[in-house]
Design a protein around this ligand. Structure first.
Ligand code: ZN
Length: 227
């Protein structure tokens, strides 16, 4: 959020609605221009045969291990493209390559567990990056993670909600642009806290953790989160 020329909270709020989100950036070609672009990117993996794709993923999982990953990281984004193609083809059920042993099987789709922490963690749990289902329900998180994450998510929710205020709520403050700007700054602070303090706790329990390092509704971009 370093530069905010042309920030337009009204248009932001009208095009971003709260609720369940598709945290995979790619979808079928009938969708938005950015989704069509991601579909185009994914063609490289559609050309892989099943065995090649399985081996590529197994090897890459080994390289992802033992670190937190920004959702915006290009390697992670590339893996997610492969993961969607692999999910469509049920690659992991074919047992063509072994994932590194540290990865447990995700209950949702039986792929290796590659979990995403997002601001929706209380409702969605940790999101599986292979099928976009719930890889780990919030209630199933280790107790020592649950309470700091719950406190964080509950602090984040009203900050995020500023982007979705209705007209009545906007008129209740003297300057909505300033309220939006302040919320964006607060979101940056809270996302930085996740990156610095909360993610290491996950690595005590999971082979890898991915975190959503942005807030598109508040126009907080990955480069605004400085660790
Ligand atoms: Zn899954």
């Amino acid at each position: 959020m370093t530069v905010h020329n042309q920030r337009s909270p009204a248009s932001t709020a009208s095009t971003n609605r709260p609720g369940k989100r598709n945290l995979l950036p790619m979808a079928d070609a009938s969708d938005s221009p950015i989704e069509r672009l991601w579909t185009e990117y994914s063609l490289v993996f559609r050309d892989f045969d099943d065995l090649t794709l399985a081996r590529w993923m197994a090897q890459t999982l080994g390289q992802l291990q033992n670190r937190p990953w920004r959702l915006s990281h290009p390697l992670l984004g590339t893996y997610r493209l492969a993961a969607q193609v692999a999910h469509d083809r049920q690659i992991w059920l074919k047992r063509l390559a072994n994932a590194p042993p540290a990865y447990p099987e995700a209950p949702c789709c039986r792929a290796p567990l590659l979990p995403l922490l997002s601001r929706d963690v209380l409702e969605s749990g940790l999101v599986c990056q292979h099928c976009t289902g719930t890889g780990v329900a919030f209630e199933d998180l280790p107790a020592e993670i649950q309470s700091p994450i719950k406190a964080w998510a509950e602090e984040y929710a009203p900050v995020h909600a500023v982007a979705h205020w209705d007209d009545r709520q906007r008129k209740a403050v003297a300057d909505y642009d300033r309220a939006f700007e302040n919320a964006a700054k607060e979101a940056e602070r809270l996302l930085t806290t996740v990156g610095r303090e909360l993610l290491p706790k996950f690595l005590d329990h999971f082979p890898v953790i991915v975190w959503e390092d942005q807030d598109e509704c508040l126009e907080v971009r990955p480069e605004d989160i400085v660790l």
